[in-house]
Design a protein around this ligand. Structure first.
Ligand code: CDP
Length: 225
């Protein structure tokens, strides 16, 4: 049977990854977090003290990035090392938009994403998945929510993960606004909804409602149910 691709794009805190994980599980597909790949490259550039774009591009050839399933969910590996926790650190979040704006970085990650998509049915979330990586995906969703709601969600997520976190709502709002701007104004493959994407505003939706909506659409469009 033909591999099915569902793309979920949108800005930070719109609920993409939580929703994509559950939708993939409900449909029996594989979830692929494309942002984790850009975060892995960002970590490698920091560890290798890259100071120029040339150094970053050179480093790319020595990076082996893998996403693997484990009993604890999907894990990200960089040259065999599990870096799933480290790539969520604020220092990575602060630098990832710059690293992901580099043409060669995008080309390498898009290649990797397409290879994964060729192997099985997937739900992949990111910024350019429906527009660039899989323009012929069977179902494309673009998720959004108000900046206030997205900042609130990110703050709650950080507080539950890092109990010692001292971030406040205004700081998170500023960081997200800055990252949204960088991601949607970059020259190559900016964040935007594909013309044929279904726009889903999740400001007042629960995770369960979001997942039910997407699974229903998938069943209608892909399986004619
Ligand atoms: O989960 P969150 O919304 O914080 O971000 P992420 O999905 O982990 O992505 C981190 C960053 O990677 C984004 O802010 C983008 O700069 C970049 N990214 C991208 O350029 N293209 C993608 N397909 C996915 C992520």
């Amino acid at each position: 049977m033909e591999a099915i691709i569902i793309t979920i794009d949108g800005p930070a805190g719109s609920g993409k990854s939580t929703t994509a994980k559950i939708v993939a599980e409900l449909l029996g597909y594989i979830y692929v977090d494309s942002g984790a790949m850009y975060r892995a490259v960002t970590l490698a550039t920091i560890r290798n003290k890259c100071e120029t774009i040339q150094q970053i591009v050179h480093l790319l050839n020595s990076l082996h990035i893998e996403l693997k399933m484990s009993p604890f969910g999907q894990r990200t590996f960089l040259n065999g090392e599990d870096i799933s926790e480290e790539i969520r650190e604020p220092i990575i979040t602060a630098k990832v938009s710059f690293i992901s704006s580099i043409k060669e970085v995008r080309t390498a990650m898009v290649d990797l994403q397409r290879k994964i998509g060729a192997q099985s049915s997937i739900v992949m979330d990111g910024r350019d998945i429906g527009t660039v990586v899989f323009p012929h995906a069977q179902l494309k969703i673009y998720m959004n929510a108000s900046i206030q709601e997205r900042a609130k969600r990110r703050l709650n997520q950080m507080k539950s993960k890092y109990s010692e976190s001292t971030s406040d709502i205004s700081e998170i709002t500023e960081q997200i606004t800055h990252r949204d701007y960088a991601d949607s104004h970059r020259e190559i493959d900016p964040l935007k909804a594909a013309e044929d994407a279904i726009i889903l505003d999740t400001t007042v939706m629960t995770i369960q409602e979001q997942c039910e909506f997407i699974v229903k659409k998938a069943k209608q469009l892909i399986y004619n149910e």
